[in-house]
Design a protein around this ligand. Structure first.
Ligand SMILES: Cc1ncc(COP(=O)(O)O)c(C=O)c1O
Length: 384
């Protein structure tokens, strides 16, 4: 009998969250309103009182955070090539020029040892990506940022709930951007947030996320609200809806439990695959941290009997979904043409991007489901 399809990710939505969405639909107010306000307050509290601004996505968050820096043509933003397209795209869309620093092969995070050499007189910001929810080494990164007077926008799309040196990402530093896409550590359907304590950035993002208007729709249309507003500069339509926040209000209290379950599942995978010559396994960094393990991404070695496409197809034939996070962004045609990047310019990212696979990992994954993945791999790799 064929087993049911096992996706590589699946959101964990409680009955309470479903009821809250239904209550929102019945409430007469479904776009940005009291539930977004409540969700922002909860996110702010979760991040040690630093202000959270809820948005339609992390992409919107990166875009607005970069726009708030008011980049000028030729201004450079440093990031890594092994990331989702949104990281580089938003730099370009905000008028900046992306500059890449390769990753370290163990964690797939930015190689901080190479960071300072990438800084030029045009550098304005550093945008580290906490890949797979493993925190980047932030102490040396912020020391370099301070030395060169650079802003830092942390791409925390994978990393809400992760900790560095005993502190939650988002509870310290400059600007952080979270994602609530369904595959992420917690979800609002689609959604994202910017976290910061910089009053100027908060002010700009509050306006930019809603057309540049200085009051949100709820304030205007609610009883007692004023219909008048000003536009200081044109903005976007990036405001989160109450329908989305209804999910977030119930997801956030569950986040720490989700992360704990992800860590257990990753430990099971690491134990099962220890010593396998077909995989290079992800390695947590040596400094003090709590990983959020958004992804579990082994790399296929030459000893693997399949190339990457063959592997993904073989698992698909077994009804198991495999993700690909990510093809190195410097190899995409627009970026290679625009910046003259050669595939071999960022060798670690190229190698990872060509051989990486994301195995199923999500908090509601059962022991039986994980054993099925492991047994299937043992079968495909002809383990005794
Ligand atoms: C590293 C990284 N940054 C940004 C994003 C964009 O997130 P969103 O889908 O919420 O816009 C993603 C999404 O996958 C991501 O993986």
């Amino acid at each position: 009998m064929t087993e049911p399809f096992l996706p590589f990710a699946r959101p964990a939505i409680s009955e309470a969250a479903i009821e809250e969405v239904v209550a929102t639909l019945r409430s007469g107010w479904i776009t940005t309103g009291p539930r977004v306000q409540k969700f922002e307050d909860m996110l702010t509290e979760y991040h040690g009182g630093r202000r959270a601004l809820a948005l339609t996505s992390a992409t919107a968050g990166l875009h607005l955070a970069l726009l708030a820096l008011e980049l000028e043509e030729g201004d450079e933003v440093i990031t890594t090539p092994l990331t989702f397209a949104a990281t580089l795209n938003t730099i370009v869309l905000a008028g900046g020029t992306p500059v890449l620093v390769d990753i370290v092969p163990q964690t797939l995070n930015m190689d901080i040892a190479q960071l300072e050499a990438a800084i030029t007189p045009r550098t304005r910001a550093i945008m580290p990506v906490h890949y797979a929810g493993l925190p980047v080494d932030l102490d040396p990164l912020y020391a370099i940022a301070k030395k060169h007077s650079l802003r830092v926008i942390e791409d925390c799309a994978h990393a809400i709930g992760a900790e560095y040196n005993g502190k939650k990402l988002g509870s310290f530093g400059d600007i952080q951007v979270m994602s609530f896409h369904p595959n992420k550590n917690m979800t609002t359907g689609e959604g994202g947030a910017v976290i910061t304590d910089d009053a100027d950035i908060i002010n700009k993002i509050e306006r930019l996320r809603f057309h540049g208007i200085d009051r949100n729709a709820f304030n205007r249309f609610a009883k007692g609200g004023s219909q008048q507003y000003d536009i200081a500069y044109p903005g976007f339509k990036y405001n989160m809806m109450d329908i989305q926040a209804a999910l977030g209000i119930h997801q956030l209290p569950e986040l720490d439990g989700f992360i704990k379950r992800r860590a257990e599942l990753v430990q099971n995978y690491l134990a099962a695959f220890a010593g396998w010559k077909e995989f290079i396994l992800p390695q947590a960094p040596l400094y003090s941290h709590r990983p959020a393990w958004h992804l579990f991404t082994p790399r296929l070695t030459p000893d693997c009997p399949f190339d990457r496409d063959g592997f993904i197809n073989a698992m698909k034939a077994e009804n198991i979904g495999i993700g690909l996070h990510y093809q190195s962004t410097h190899t995409f045609s627009w970026y290679a043409n625009e910046y003259g990047w050669q595939p071999t310019d960022f060798m670690n990212s190229l190698a990872a991007g060509n051989h990486i696979v994301s195995l199923p990992l999500f908090p509601t994954m059962t022991e039986a489901e994980q054993n099925r993945v492991i047994k299937t791999l043992e079968k495909l790799f002809k383990k005794a």
